[in-house]
Design a protein around this ligand. Sequence first.
Ligand code: GLY
Length: 424
Amino acid sequence: MKVLVIGGGGREHALVWALSKSKLVEEIHVAPGNAGMRGVAFLHSVHSEGTEEILDLATQIDPDLIIIGPEAPLVKGAADSLRNNGFTVFGPGKTGAALEGSKAFAKQFMSRWNIPTAPFHLCTTLEEGMEALKKRHAPYVIKADGLAAGKGAFVVDNLEDAQSIISDLLVKKTLGAAGEKIIVEDYMPGLELTVLCVSDGKEYRILPPSQDHKRVYDNDKGPNTGGMGAYCPVPWAGSSLMERIEKEVISPTFEGLKKEGIPYCGVLYFGLMIDSHYKPRVVEYNVRFGDPEAQVILPVLNVDFAQLAMSASTGALSTLPPIVANGWAVDVVISSEGYPGPYKKGLPISGLHEAAALRNVLLFHSGTSLNQGGETVTNGGRVLNIVGLGLSLEDALARSYEGVKYIHFEGAHYRRDIAAKARI
Ligand code: GLY
């Protein structure tokens, strides 16, 4: 197969890596990709959100399969436009992608199908926002309706902060159209869990569970990020919890999609909160692989990823065996100083070859590029993923931190407590 991957972060590097391991894949193209993918894939400098440009590129390459990594092109309808032009695509169309593209749509969908989630108010005016706050107590949770590149969800401890966030979104329009509608919802305490499913529009397969680490500092301190590390599978998410999640959340979601006539082909990401009684509730849906969850899920899959993606894209998931984790993976993300705030770019990175040469260590690039001298330099907030693999979680964790020791660039930051909550 010839495969085209859309996107350029750590998730897409993991997708490209997984495809490169498949005997079914002969040629991999990526748009735009990043410095880490050179050598395994042909890079095309086409922006992942340019629907027309992606269609032009696909027409030129004529791939057997197109995998869309990030949410923005999916929400804009890139999968529909490619399918309408005869391409085989892994990723939902615009109607399905609204589960991530509009929090209001997702919450209303969950209400319609009795899918457990936090009680909420949908607000479009300052007055409605203030009323919704009065009905709640701290911590306050406020979410912008639309896509905001990870900057649209707020959890704050005091009322004044909550009021000013609502005013910023609805009056000052700090997030533009993405914040014209907001959700004010109850805070859900518990343990976070990510469960991804692959769907072919008729049936779905559940992938091994993983856990992300969203705050920038150890012990879940500091601002939210795109994700500072992850591990897979999750020891405390055993078969009885997974069965409950399927019965109460996953199955009603796919039933709801079918009953509403929304075709869904690709990955559906269930961001869950598990309470002290092991009741799962949905924090969010995403319509693509998680980042950094993909970096730990793809390396442990017991099935060929190209075959999985192709089966899902052609309505043939039933031909695959059940999907389970083969071993363990831990990802430690190395980020730029200052991230998720402003950070420098263009800083030379050393130790890449040494880390990549370690046994059972994979290196996935998130934000890197080549400078004019051909050196690999930083080019994003999240820069690198050091993924350790092992026959136990402890082995995988040790491999990952062993790899981290080799990587150096000015101001490099990483969390020291990845997977600390794996054993509860
Ligand atoms: N790791 C969270 C996300 O991909 O949205």
